[in-house]
Write a protein that binds this ligand. Structure first.
Ligand code: ADA
Length: 559
């Protein structure tokens, strides 16, 4: 399962995930291949709990003609071979990639995916870190058979009509695999609206084939309370014969900044959110659909209205669920706590830009995403860091002019980048790492932001707050690491932050306990980050009820 809805009726698709593949580590000539499910993380296979390095997955498929293979996530470097020949490679576990092959002969074909999860200089964004860099084909794999001229992407931008109603700015991208321009008709359907583009000339290669502002009738807005979604269905015909189609899904809502508020559908939103790592003791980061949905149900049950995909783009199935459940998403590119020296890796800008580009291109149509985040707690106090941030902020605006951007920082009183993001976001740990009240900390950071930085007057939010607790550790002295301590710390942190009028909201660090890289963070108890409100099995800690009390106390919007 790659998406929560059907993406083609005409085009032939075969899911290559959802079945077992052969798996063997590259360094072990004598080891027999295992049969393993895909998607999965190899840390879940007996004997591979701590395997770091290269391994190869293999499966067979039947196809002929032009084919497209899509990989939603291979962690963290993948090299693809078809019938023994290398066809492509991709760095970064958290963004999708594809390869297209033309005119393959009708027969069984062998697909091999060599995966590398080692930490190497040439992988600039992966460092042993306060989360686990799992190995494997961790998200879905899709095989499609393509006609010579086909659809590649639909980009839909909702536009509010003055008064009531909606328009959509629709861009249709096509690919022509032949060497000469081809003529095609495209039909677009959304709800009861139908549009035609006739005799478009599709140039060789991939290009924007058609763009138009469409006036739509009877469209309801996407809101947190009623997250109405619409499918947009494009059909491509040649000589009046439909040969390809593409279905995507979107929702109609506005995101704007007015003064120091972010407005969703013209109302200032108060964020009550959770940072979440894709992590589970039984699945690693390859979380099944049902478990994703359960996570979001818990978040809603606690009164949450938003998720921050810290610290990388998430599986698109999760975004589909956020769209359906009316949960706002801060989606983040990939980087956590990288120093100036790591950011000076000559590959850094190129690899960071690739993640940003692939994330926004793939996820643009999700109504739940209201902000793009970059570079959590990286070297934003340095001139080199500033240049790295500038490149990403500018790139985001070329890819998406409709959403704000931000970055979660902890460079207290030193950050030199706050003039660049649309929203100023601070991570802070009063009652945990810092011996101050939450009110003292937020007040001091707010005042410094207003008086000393280019961030003055912008929306201001807290993107991390939290405290650790070991599930089941209770104690009458309420010492650190007890569930009691965590619940009390959270209650004070959230109450003080939400009462701070100039702050547009808060994200809790973090939704669930997660595994961390032992190479770096084995000082953490259990080699886990234990600040989850639920533990790694989603068992509620005492803080669950405390968070629920506070988050359920007010509405989603300021009145
Ligand atoms: C940081 C960081 C998180 C996590 C957290 C913690 O703020 O952004 O990834 O490491 O601290 O638990 O200390």
């Amino acid at each position: 399962m790659l998406r929560a809805f059907q993406t083609h009726v005409i085009r032939k698709q075969t899911e290559l995930s959802g079945r077992t593949w052969a798996f063997a580590p590259n360094n072990a000539a004598t080891v027999e291949a295992l049969n393993v499910p895909v998607p999965s993380c190899w840390e879940m296979y007996p004997g591979f709990e701590n395997y770091r390095g290269k391994a190869t997955y293999e499966t067979q498929f039947f196809a002929e003609g032009n084919i497209r293979l899509e990989f939603k996530g291979v962690g963290h470097f993948g090299t693809i071979f078809i019938d023994g020949e290398k066809v492509t490679s991709h760095y970064n576990a958290y963004t999708p990639f594809e390869t297209v092959l033309c005119n393959i002969k009708p027969s069984m074909h062998t697909l091999q995916v060599e995966v590398d999860n080692a930490f190497r200089e040439e992988y600039a964004l992966n460092r042993p870190n306060d989360y686990m860099s799992y190995g494997g084909i961790t998200r879905g794999v899709l095989l499609e058979e393509l006609p010579n001229v086909h659809l590649t992407r639909l980009k839909v931008t909702p536009l509010k009509v003055e008064g009531n109603g909606w328009r959509a700015h629709v861009e249709v991208f096509c690919r022509n695999l032949t060497a000469t321009p081809q003529k095609a008709d495209i039909e677009i359907r959304m709800h009861e609206n139908v549009f035609f583009a006739r005799q478009l000339e599709i140039q060789p290669g991939e290009s924007l084939a058609w763009t138009q502002e469409l006036l739509l009738t009877n469209i309801e807005s996407w809101t947190l309370e009623a997250p109405r979604l619409y499918e947009i269905n494009a059909v491509l015909s040649i000589n009046d014969c439909p040969i390809d189609d593409l279905i995507d899904r979107t929702g109609f809502r506005t995101v704007e900044i007015q003064g120091n508020r972010v407005l969703i559908n013209q109302k200032p939103i108060k964020i009550k959110g959770f940072c979440r790592h894709e992590d589970h003791p039984e699945f690693g980061c390859a979380i099944p659909f049902g478990t994703m949905a359960h996570d979001l149900q818990l978040i809603k049950d606690m009164g949450g209205n938003s998720v921050r995909t810290a610290h990388y783009p998430n599986d698109e199935l999760f975004l589909d669920l956020c769209d359906e459940m009316g949960i706002l998403v801060w989606e983040e590119n990939h980087a956590r706590g990288l120093s100036e020296s790591t950011m000076s890796n000559p590959l850094f800008d190129e690899q960071a830009s690739q993640v940003t580009r692939e994330m926004i291109t793939a996820h643009y149509n999700h109504p739940s995403i209201y902000i793009w985040g970059i570079f959590n707690e990286c070297a934003s106090e340095t001139a080199l860091g500033r240049e790295r941030y500038r490149i990403q902020y500018e790139l985001i605006k070329t890819l998406d002019k409709t959403r704000p951007h931000s970055s979660a920082t902890c460079r207290y009183y030193k950050d030199i980048c706050l003039d660049m993001p649309d929203v100023v976001s601070w991570n802070m740990y009063p009652y945990w790492y810092e011996n101050k009240t939450a009110h003292e900390m937020i007040d001091s950071l707010y005042n410094w932001t207003q008086e000393e930085t280019g961030g003055a007057g912008k929306p201001f939010m807290i993107t991390e707050v939290g405290a650790g607790a070991i599930y089941g550790y209770r104690g009458q002295h309420h010492d650190k690491w007890t569930e009691e301590y965590q619940a009390e710390a959270l209650e004070k942190q959230l109450a003080e932050i939400l009462a701070y009028e100039s702050c547009m909201g808060v994200y809790i660090w973090q939704f669930c306990d997660c595994r961390v890289s032992k190479e770096y963070f084995d000082k953490r108890p259990r080699t886990m980050n234990n600040k989850g409100i639920v533990d790694e099995y989603r068992r509620h800690k005492l803080a669950y009820e405390a968070v629920k009390r506070i988050f359920s106390g007010e509405g989603n919007y300021w009145t």
